[in-house]
Design a protein around this ligand. Structure first.
Ligand code: ADP
Ligand code: XUL
Length: 537
């Protein structure tokens, strides 16, 4: 009975899911997570991020990700599973983060010694000790330079799927080249978090898959190869430092002698890793156009499959390659779970009290713009929370204003995808919270489902491993067949929108958009609109 292992190296921790896929017996047979802050305290991260001196800079430690991999694989290997049955492994990782490796890397990764742990063997392979991650917004200047060099934001968006975004890997590489030219020169390979960890597992210099490569502002969506103009605009001699791009279904090798010798794992196939959002597309079952998923993780994201790459003319969204070979549309919000946690902590609540606050209050006419951190959508370079309308200082009103704001922002900024959203698959840590999901249903006017497996990125990676293994053998299977039984929305978790509340939110969303425009210096004072709606309500 073949087992498939999916790993997810997210912002805050590492998760492993093992599935068994045999005829009608299709189940998750193992699940385990570790938190970077708690399990690896020596690295000194908070929520997976190294100490920050500047609110625009966010980095993490590639060595810590490697150590986490060693720790969690040990847990898989010593569990009650029959580890010899593991047929294939794939992974998911936070997108955009980059790892800078020197000339020693390609030799070291091929020759990892099973008699010693991973970390000491990797100490000398980095041309940069820290990896900039998706929360970094320090590259405004580099975004402008790359954009100008390739002929403007529309050209860049049409070719690569996104205009230049601060967190995307191209602008990050350019900043590194400008600030540390020596270390840039010493860089032989730039990996993404996904391809770095795939390299460690396979003992090869792994390719970057189409899904994660489209979060770099460097790949041509049409040819699915590096786009020369963008590569030239980003940094000198960059082409040689980039690995090849490959389909997400690529078998890149087998678990290297390190994992076999140290942890007793078999020579299972290693399938190209991808980004957490492309993996979640699979793990939430969205292999057809029409539905969307909302992931309430460290970041909040809205995404769905697209047959054609319809690029966002408003410039907020992204088009990525999907693991199915199609495309996916995605909009990302930085002020997701950490903003909810922050408000919850400031009000001295636990999640139960947070939920009660939502359940015991009604919508009203006031708007919070919850930019506790610099925001990605809309682009807000300097953090700052804004409030409009008569302010209600009760703690429960604060909770409602925050969650309503997050949901209205997601509904407004996913319109570019052109999908009539009537059904949402909710995932990510906060999707456990039904009061948050009810607010989502009311704001979007859509039916919301929770999924059986909450860890959709790790599940998606395990399902990708199964799909690629079957495709490489004699019995390739359609995606629907691989997903069957794993990703169905649970009927009993269905949350229907309240029609009256949705009517109200449709009006409130116009006001929200006006407040956003005002706060960004692009629109008039929204107070008259707020008063108008108050008189109506
Ligand atoms: P990641 O993006 O790192 O994979 P997860 O999807 O695991 O993150 O989500 C982690 C977040 O889930 C935590 O930061 C926490 O704020 C949030 N969370 C966990 N339980 C709840 C809950 N009951 N209600 C709201 N948020 C929750
Ligand atoms: C997507 C994005 C985040 C990260 C971390 O563009 O930046 O969702 O992938 O989860």
């Amino acid at each position: 009975m073949p087992l498939y292992l999916g790993l997810d190296s997210s912002t805050q921790g590492l998760t492993a899911i093992v599935i068994s896929v045999e005829g009608e017996d299709r189940r998750v047979v193992f699940e385990s997570s570790l938190s970077f802050d708690e399990s690896l305290p020596l690295y000194g991260t908070t929520h997976g991020v190294l100490p920050r001196t500047d609110q625009k800079i966010a980095t993490s430690s590639p060595l810590m990700w490697a150590e986490a991999l060693d720790l969690l694989i040990a847990r898989v290997a010593t569990s009650s599973l029959d580890r010899r049955q593991i047929a294939a492994v794939s992974g998911s990782a936070q997108q955009h983060g980059s790892v800078y490796l020197n000339a020693a890397w390609s030799q070291v990764v091929r020759a990892l010694d099973a008699s010693r742990p991973l970390v000491p063997q990797l100490r000398s392979v980095f041309a940069r000790e820290e990896s900039p991650i998706w929360m970094d917004s320090s590259t405004g200047e580099e975004c402008a330079e790359i954009t100008a060099s390739v002929g403007g934001p529309d050209v860049l968006a049409r070719r690569t799927g996104s205009r230049a975004f601060e967190r995307f890997t191209g602008p990050q590489i350019r900043r590194f080249f400008k600030r540390s030219p020596e270390n840039y020169r010493a860089t032989a390979r730039v990996h993404l978090v996904s391809s770095f960890l795939a390299s460690l597992l396979s003992g090869t210099d792994a390719p970057i898959d189409h899904g994660d490569a489209s979060g770099m502002n460097l790949m041509d969506l049409a040819t699915r190869d590096w786009w020369q103009d963008a590569v030239h605009a980003t940094a000198p001699e960059l082409r040689d430092k980039l690995a090849n791009v490959a389909p997400s279904t690529t078998v890149i090798g087998t678990l290297s002698p390190y994992w076999q010798g140290r942890h007793g794992l078999p020579a299972a196939k290693v399938i190209a890793w991808s980004g957490d959002n492309p993996c979640s597309l699979i793990g939430t079952g969205l292999v057809r156009e029409g539905r969307v998923a909302v992931s309430l993780g460290t970041s909040d994201t809205v995404f769905g499959l697209m047959r054609e790459p319809r690029v966002d003319v408003t410039g907020t969204g992204h088009v990525f390659g999907a693991p199915t070979g199609d495309y996916m549309g995605l909009t990302c919000f930085q002020n997701g779970s950490l903003a909810r946690e922050r408000v919850r902590n400031e009000l001295g609540m636990d999640w139960a009290a947070f939920s009660r606050a939502l359940a015991t209050t009604a919508p009203s006419v006031r708007i919070m713009l919850p930019w506790f951190e610099p925001e990605i959508t809309p682009a807000v370079p300097i953090a700052g929370v804004h409030r409009y309308g008569p302010w209600d200082t009760r703690p429960e009103a604060e909770v409602r204003a925050l969650v309503e704001a997050q949901m209205m922002a997601m509904a407004l900024h996913s319109r570019w995808m052109g999908v009539e959203i009537d059904t949402i698959h909710a995932t990510g840590g906060a999707a456990a919270n039904r009061s948050i999901l009810q607010t989502m249903a009311d704001v979007f006017g859509a039916t919301v489902y929770q999924l059986e497996v909450g860890q959709s990125a790790a599940l998606g990676a395990a399902l990708r491993a199964a799909h690629a293994d079957l495709a490489a053998g004699d019995s390739p299977a359609e995606w629907e067949e691989v997903l069957r039984g794993f990703v169905e929305p649970v009927a009993t978790t269905r949350l229907a929108p309240d029609a009256r509340r949705h009517e109200f939110y449709r009006e409130l969303m116009r006001v929200y958009a006006a407040c956003e425009a005002h706060a960004l210096g692009r629109g008039p004072d929204p107070e008259p609109l707020l008063r108008q709606l108050q008189e109506h309500a």
